[in-house]
Design a protein around this ligand. Structure first.
Ligand code: PGA
Length: 254
C-alpha cells in the first residue's frame, strides 16, 4: 500500500519568525488533535531549512524537504545549492519538476532527470511533480504531456531507485487559482499515472508509489480528494501557510 502523505510547499513565502511560528502552531495542533501516525513533509525555502529541521527533528510525523536543488554535485556554480548540502542539513526530500520551476526557470524533463539522480545519490527522496497546462487539457493532450514527463523525467531509474520516489499530479491550471481538478479528473489522471508505473515497474511497485494531488487543495475539498482510490494525499501550496487549514488537511487523510 502507498504511504499517505500531506506535504506543504511554502514556495517563496514566510520570514524567519513567521516560519518558526507556523511550525510551532502545526506541531501544537497535531499534539492536541491528531493521534494517528501521519506523515507530513514541510518544504520551506532553503534559508529556513536547517532551523526548521532542528525544530521538528524529534517529531517522527514531520520531515523537511527542499523546494529545489542543483543538478550538479559541487563546484563553481554561483547561487546553487547541492543535494549533498541539503542532506547535511537534515533534509530528506526534494521537490523536482514543480510547474513553477518548469514554467519560470525553463527546467525541462532532461534537467529534472539529472536533479533526480543527484537527489537519490545524496540519499534523499525526490517528490516529482507532473501536470498539464490548461491549453493542453483543452486540446486533449493532458495524458500525452504527463506520459512524457514520466518517461523523460523519472522512468530512467532502476526499480529500486524508483521505489524511493514520490509523485505528485498538479494540473497547472489548478495551482494557486482556486480551481481544483474535479474528483473524476483527479482520479482519472492518478489512475493513468499508476498504470504507467505498473507497465514500467510492475503492479506491486505501482501500488506502493505514493501519488499526491496538488492544485488548490484546501480544507474544504481535501477529504473528497483524499478518498479517491488513487490519491494518496496532497501537495499543498497556499493552504499550507495557515496552521489551521494545513492541520485540517492532514486530518482529512483517510
Ligand atoms: P496551491 O499550490 O495549493 O496554492 O494551488 C500547490 C503547489 O503548487 O504545490
Amino acid at each position: 500500500m502507498a504511504r499517505k502523505i500531506v506535504a506543504g510547499n511554502w514556495k517563496m513565502n514566510l520570514l524567519r519568525d513567521e516560519a518558526f511560528s507556523l511550525v510551532a502552531e502545526i506541531t501544537g495542533m497535531l499534539n492536541d488533535e491528531e493521534s494517528r501516525p501521519v506523515k507530513i513533509i514541510l518544504f520551506p525555502s532553503f534559508i529556513h531549512l536547517g532551523a526548521i529541521h532542528q525544530l521538528v527533528a524529534s517529531d517522527a510525523r514531520i520531515a523537511v524537504g527542499a523546494q529545489n536543488c542543483s543538478d550538479k554535485a559541487s563546484g563553481a556554480y554561483t547561487g546553487e545549492v547541492s543535494a549533498a548540502m541539503l542532506s547535511s542539513y537534515g533534509c530528506k526530500y526534494v521537490l523536482v519538476g514543480h510547474s513553477e520551476r518548469r514554467q519560470y526557470y525553463g527546467e525541462d524533463n532532461v534537467l529534472l532527470a539529472e536533479k533526480i539522480n543527484s537527489i537519490l545519490h545524496a540519499g534523499m527522496r525526490p517528490l516529482y511533480c507532473v501536470g498539464e497546462q490548461l491549453e493542453e487539457r483543452k486540446s486533449g493532450k493532458h495524458f500525452d504531456v504527463v506520459r512524457s514527463q514520466l518517461e523523460e523525467g523519472i522512468f530512467h531509474l532502476s526499480p529500486s531507485a524508483f521505489g524511493k520516489c514520490i509523485l505528485a499530479y498538479e494540473p497547472v491550471w489548478a495551482i494557486g487559482t482556486g480551481l481544483t481538478a474535479s474528483p473524476a479528473e483527479a482520479q482519472e489522471m492518478h489512475a493513468f499515472i499508476r498504470q504507467r508505473i505498473a507497465e514500467k515497474y510492475g503492479q506491486e511497485a505501482a501500488e506502493n508509489t505514493s501519488i499526491l494531488y496538488g492544485g488548490s487543495c484546501n480544507d474544504q475539498n481535501a477529504r473528497e480528494l483524499f478518498s479517491l482510490p488513487d490519491v494518496d494525499g496532497g501537495l499543498i501550496g497556499g493552504a499550507s501557510l495557515k496552521s489551521r487549514s494545513f492541520v485540517n488537511i492532514v486530518k482529512a487523510l483517510p
